[in-house]
Design a binder for this molecule. Structure first.
Ligand code: NAD
Length: 492
């Protein structure tokens, strides 16, 4: 039985600096549970002074511990032990995660924690395999490209998958030999603290992994601008990504990895092999975490011949959702993170309806009576590419539908003026699939499937306004290294 009482669930609070929990030094922020809207904690907001303390601790640990200077295999061993501990403590971690996030406890246990542990193991394995390169030179010269850690990497995470996003950010930075300061989202701040405690238990030197809590404008900004930070790795909205680029530019030109928003198309051709499978894939991509997923497949572009049949199947799947509090085992449909975010979703939907769009299903809030924010699975038809619902990231369970007759029209509808995070293509025709892959400007294109599973083995990252650089894959470890070129002349 996975059900738990949210009022009787212990969780750590505070910042995590130099290997221990640290109390706040200033203002605090009320934190609400999305499932029932209740305030359940006060989160300390790290001031610039506290951020300085965390970065200084990270710098000292980077210089004095053997994390960066010892054998990379040694830190790999600690990271693997850490992954084991995450699995050993999965029940406790899942409760902390489910308590204050949109993630149902069953999904955290079945998906998020195994993913986080395996993802850490993958990055641990990269630690002693990505040292650099030997260049082709004359035989009396030696050309080396040496990978080195940056020192302190500032990592900033969003709220939609707190544990997996934290691991995605910190795993490659640590494997590359850096020390890390993480700022989790102020809406989901606590599970990362338990991860940090387990890292110490696994043998990670104190100060290598630190956490500062707080808002983006105070804590996040101070972290990005700190002169002791060598690189910034951020996941969140495109707007914040732009603010972080500005902060980087104004504080010494720090390299940035930015994983940002999206408005990803799913292009379904009439010859797709199995329409039931396509429907399941599309429903999962927009209903999983109630659409609060960067790669949500939120724009369905479907060949007219199969539109009616596909929409019918998607709406049947949408009827099977089980909304409820994240602490109930039976829940399979997430709450929306906050009341303001639900109001934003609803206002975009109502504007679309006012402009001539139609709700094939949904189009309203779900009233569960417990005070949480829930939104009905919504499929909008009769929309055009100019409408806000089709153009802007909604970050909710809202699928827009546009129909096409021929391939060129479908590809034109799939293109987006600024986002390029991900896309799906469904067809049984290999040549058509590959033409679509070439045409679509997105960092990831899935063919006859959609969404991440254990994809930490391949890089992810957006084009255009969806980001810069790569997370996941060995490329993520390389993104947390800088490469020094060395030329040695040993001619007689
Ligand atoms: P957000 O941009 O509001 O916040 C993300 C993080 O940035 C939070 O920790 C926040 O406190 C911090 N922040 C805010 N302003 C800051 C500033 N000026 N300086 C430094 N830090 C600042 O995003 P969110 O609402 O938490 O997350 C949802 C967004 O994240 C969506 O746009 C989604 O697409 C995106 N996202 C992208 C990916 C990806 O892999 N591309 C993954 C998950 C989420």
């Amino acid at each position: 039985m996975l059900d738990f009482d949210p009022n009787q669930t212990p969780f750590p609070n505070g910042h995590f600096i130099g290997g221990q929990l640290v109390n706040g030094d200033g203002d605090a922020l009320e934190v609400r549970r999305p499932s029932d809207g209740q305030i359940y904690a006060e989160l300390p907001i790290a001031s610039a002074a506290l951020v300085d303390r965390a970065v200084s601790n990270a710098q000292a640990a980077f210089q004095r511990s053997d994390w960066a200077t010892g054998a990379p295999r040694a830190r790999a061993r600690i990271m693997r032990r850490w992954a084991d501990l995450i699995e050993t403590h999965s029940g406790e971690l899942a409760r902390i995660e489910a308590l204050g996030s949109t993630r149902p406890v069953k999904d955290v246990l079945a998906v998020d924690i195994p993913y986080a542990a395996d993802c850490l193991r993958f990055f641990a394995e990269c630690a002693d395999k990505l040292g650099g390169d030997v260049a082709a030179t004359r035989s009396d010269q030696l050309g080396l490209v040496i990978g080195e850690p940056y020192g302190v990497v500032a990592t900033i995470a969003p709220w939609n998958f707190p544990i997996t996003q934290a691991v995605t950010k910190i795993g490659p930075a640590l494997a590359a030999g850096n020390a890390v300061v993480l700022k989790p989202s102020e809406m989901t701040p606590f599970s990362a603290l338990r991860l940090a405690q387990l890292a110490i238990e696994a043998g990670m030197p104190a100060g290598i992994f630190n956490i500062v809590q707080g808002t983006g404008s105070v804590t996040g900004d101070a972290l990005c601008r700190h002169p002791g930070v060598g690189k910034i790795s951020f996941t969140g909205s495109t707007r914040t990504g732009a603010a972080i680029m500005t902060a980087s530019a104004e504080s010494g030109i720090k390299p940035v990895t930015l994983e940002l928003g999206g408005k990803s198309p799913q292009l379904v051709f009439a010859d797709a092999a199995d329409l039931d499978k396509v429907a399941r894939s599309i429903a999962q991509s927009i209903l999983g975490n109630a659409g609060q997923v960067c790669i949500a497949g939120s724009r369905l572009i479907v060949q007219r011949k199969v539109q009616a049949e596909l929409l019918e199947r998607i709406s049947q799947l949408a009827q099977a959702i089980r909304p409820g509090p994240t602490w109930a085992e039976a829940t399979s449909y997430s709450p929306i993170i906050s009341a303001p975010q639900m109001n934003r979703i609803d206002s975009i939907v109502q504007n679309t309806l006012g402009q001539g769009g139609e709700a094939f299903i949904g189009g309203q809030r779900l009233e569960l009576g417990a005070g949480g924010a829930f939104y009905a699975p919504t499929v909008l038809i009769g929309v055009t590419s100019e409408m806000e619902a089709v153009r802007e990231e909604i970050f909710g369970p809202v699928l827009t539908v546009q129909a096409f007759d021929d391939e060129a029209e479908g590809l034109a509808l799939a293109a987006h003026p600024c986002y390029g995070l991900a896309a799906g293509v469904y067809t049984a025709d290999l040549s058509r699939a590959l033409r679509a892959v070439r045409s679509i400007k997105a960092g990831t294109v899935w063919v006859n499937r959609y969404g991440r599973t254990a994809d930490y083995v391949i890089p992810t990252g957006g084009f255009h306004s969806s980001g810069i650089g790569k997370d996941l894959g060995r490329q993520a470890v390389e993104a947390n290294m800088r490469f020094k070129s060395v030329l040695v002349d040993f001619s007689a």
